[in-house]
Each structure stands twice: as structure tokens, then as C-alpha cells.
Design a protein around this ligand. Structure first.
Ligand code: CP3
Length: 342
């Protein structure tokens, strides 16, 4: 069994696996090189040879325990017929959503459009030995936000202006949930060992809407992955103290904490749910002494607790690749020390 699954399923605490969200990305010169010649991001995500190459860039450089498939959560809106573009400095820009045609997309049509993603996973799986292959999806609420708002939501995001016609929203959410489950199944059938669900905009929800738009949809997907015995990591970013209720009601196999969550509080309140992540990606831009202190802090808090080392959000583009290497070595050293102590 791979190291991440052993931590998640068996709650093993003898080894701390490590990988990074956005481990393939702009902080790597070899990624920027490919990106320079491939301006169309969606097209890039649909090129199996390049996806394989980009996915393996970080695992070739660093001693990581997982390869996360290079793709994007916005492949689902794309698969449902919405135009998706990424403009420099602006982030994602989506076309107007044709709700009826999205509701009418069949499973076969979706699978056909995504088949290069599945082909990439099969290729990556053949190449990585002794590492987990991680597939992923956006959570229903986060995808709904992008699909209706047509871009990343601003700080002044207003729930009621984006979510105005409730009956349509409910139908759309249900369709998104079904397609997410399909996309998860196809990724795992192609070789993904573990799945992560990114609810990146859960923190925008007013407290009285969290249960309907964050907990319930994540729970449906977790029921599905539990049925199929697919280890699944949830990441409801930005929900603060509601992380506790999330763990108790959704019961994910593993939970990724963001950097606003106090790790000691998490350890005491999540019912022994395996925890991943937490470290603020901005710490990786600081001097080595501060960095080492913060990394050790997470390692100390989570000794004797099932923990996967990762960040509280993705690696920032200004991060030096050597910093990732440095962190991997600190975590590895800790693991070696522990095994020699028995
Ligand atoms: O290495 C990995 O983690 C795997 C690949 C991955 C990407 N996106 C590639 C990517 C993963 C897991 C994602 C998830 C994703 N995509 C999320 C959830 C995680 C989070 O950040 O909260 C979200 C919200 C998106 C949507 C998205 N994609 C945005 C907002 C952006 C632009 C902003 C940014 O960070 O650049 C993207 C583009 C994107 N997806 C890039 C990468 C490497 C940058 C591409 C580039 O400009 O060269």
C-alpha cells in the first residue's frame, strides 16, 4: 500500500508522507518553459504527453510521496460546455453558462471530452512506482461559484446576487454533483489512488448556508467515494471554526487544513480524522530559520497523529524550488530519526 493511503486508511503515524498542492506550477522554470509555448491552458490540460511531463516535473526533482495529476478544477465547467480561459494576471474567465445545455450533457459526452485527462492518468500511473497518484475535483459549491460568477469571486462577493434563482441553482448543483462523482470514478479507474476535493470558496458562504452548500454536497461525494473505497481528502478552505462541524458531519477520510486553522485545535477536535497540510505558503518566502521553525512546529504537533505534510494552500509562484527541497529533507530526516528510535 502506498504511504498516503496507509496514513489515511490505517491512520498510521510511523511515517509522515509529503507532497505539495500546486507542486507542478509556475515556481518551476521547467513548467514556465512549457507554459510559454502553450498559451491555451485548457488545451494544455488536454495534451496527455505534456500533462504527463508536467505532472512528473516535481517528482523528478524532489523526493515526494505523491504525484498530483496536472489538470484544473475548471475542467468540469469546460466539460459541461462552458467556455473557460485563463488570462495573465486575471485568473480564470468563464463564458456565459447555458444552464439547459449543461443540464443535458450526457455522461458519455462528458467522458469523451475528458478522455485525454484519463489517458494522462494511465500514463503517469505507469511511470510512478511507490508513489500515490492523486486525482482531484472542485467541490460543487466552488464550481457553482465559478460557473455563475464567471471569474474568481472578489472580496465583496454577494451570495444573493450570484445565487438568485433557487430552483435552477438546486438543479445545477445536482448535475454538478453527479458529474463530479463520474469524474472521480473515471480518474480512479485510470489509476488515481486518492482523490482530493477542493472547496476553495467554502469560506464565502454565510454561516447559515454552510450546511446546504458545503457540508451536504461534500457529504454526498464522500458517501460515493466510501462506497467505492476511494481514500478522499476534503479541503473546505476558509471556514474557520466550522472545520470541526465539517469533520463531524461529512466524516472525510482525511481533511486538509488551511493556514488560518490552529493545528493544536484541529488535532483535539477532529475525532482523530487524518489531517493534511496547514503551513502558510508565505512562510516559504521567508528566511530558512523561520521556515525550519514553522515546519518543525507542524511536525511536533502532529507526532503520534496521522498527518500528511502539505501547505495550507498552493505553492506560490515566487517560491524558490530549493525551498521545497529543503522542506522535503526536513520531513524525511524526522521520519528517519523516528524509525531509528523504533
Ligand atoms: O500541482 C497541482 O496542484 C495540480 C494542478 C492543479 C492546478 N489547479 C493547476 C493550475 C490543481 C490541483 C488546481 C486546482 C484549482 N484550480 C483550484 C483549487 C485549489 C485552489 O487554488 O484553491 C482552483 C480554485 C483552481 C482554479 C484556477 N486555476 C485559478 C484560480 C487559476 C489562476 C490562478 C493561479 O493560481 O494561477 C488557475 C490556473 C492554474 N491551475 C495554474 C496551475 C498550475 C496556473 C497556470 C498558469 O497561469 O501558468
Amino acid at each position: 500500500m502506498n504511504k498516503l493511503s496507509n496514513c489515511i486508511i490505517n491512520r498510521d503515524t510511523s511515517y509522515i508522507p509529503i507532497w505539495f498542492m500546486r507542486q507542478a506550477g509556475r515556481y518551476l522554470p521547467e513548467f514556465r518553459e512549457i507554459r510559454k509555448n502553450n498559451q491555451d491552458f485548457i488545451k494544455l490540460c488536454l495534451s496527455p504527453k505534456l500533462v504527463e511531463e508536467i505532472t512528473l516535473q516535481p517528482t523528478n526533482r524532489f523526493d515526494l510521496d505523491a504525484a498530483i495529476i496536472f489538470s484544473d478544477i475548471l475542467m468540469i465547467p469546460y466539460g459541461l460546455g462552458q467556455q473557460v480561459k485563463f488570462e495573465k494576471g486575471k485568473g480564470p474567465i468563464l463564458g456565459k453558462l447555458d444552464i439547459n445545455s449543461a443540464l443535458n450533457i450526457t455522461d458519455d459526452e462528458f467522458i469523451k471530452k475528458m478522455s485525454p485527462v484519463y489517458e494522462s492518468i494511465r500514463n503517469v500511473k505507469r511511470k510512478v512506482k511507490n508513489k500515490s497518484v492523486i486525482g482531484f475535483v472542485g467541490a460543487p459549491w466552488t464550481l457553482l461559484v465559478y460557473m455563475l460568477n464567471q471569474q474568481s469571486p472578489k472580496r465583496d462577493f454577494n451570495f444573493n446576487t450570484v445565487i438568485n434563482d433557487n430552483s435552477i441553482v438546486i438543479k445545477l448543483l445536482k448535475k454538478i454533483e453527479e458529474i463530479i462523482c463520474l469524474h472521480i470514478d473515471k480518474q480512479t479507474q485510470s489509476g488515481a489512488d486518492i482523490v482530493q476535493i477542493f472547496d476553495s470558496w467554502a469560506g464565502l458562504l454565510p454561516k447559515d448556508k454552510l450546511s446546504q452548500f458545503c457540508f451536504a454536497p461534500n457529504q454526498k461525494i464522500i458517501k460515493h467515494t466510501k462506497n467505492k473505497k476511494i481514500p478522499t481528502i476534503c479541503f473546505p478552505r476558509g471556514i474557520g471554526k466550522s472545520y470541526r462541524d465539517f469533520c463531524h458531519s461529512v466524516k472525510p477520510d482525511c481533511i486538509n487544513i488551511d493556514y488560518e486553522v490552529d493545528p493544536n485545535w484541529a488535532k483535539a477536535n477532529f475525532n482523530n480524522t487524518p489531517i493534511q497540510g496547514g503551513l502558510d505558503p508565505k512562510i516559504l518566502l521567508k528566511d530558512n530559520i523561520s521556515l525550519e521553525k514553522e515546519v518543525q512546529n507542524y511536525l511536533n504537533i502532529f507526532k503520534n497523529y496521522p498527518y500528511i505534510f502539505n501547505l495550507g494552500h498552493g505553492v506560490l509562484p515566487d517560491t524558490k524550488p530549493e525551498t521545497i527541497d529543503h522542506i522535503v529533507k526536513i520531513v524525511r530526516r524526522k521520519n528517519e530519526k523516528r524509525s531509528s528510535e523504533g
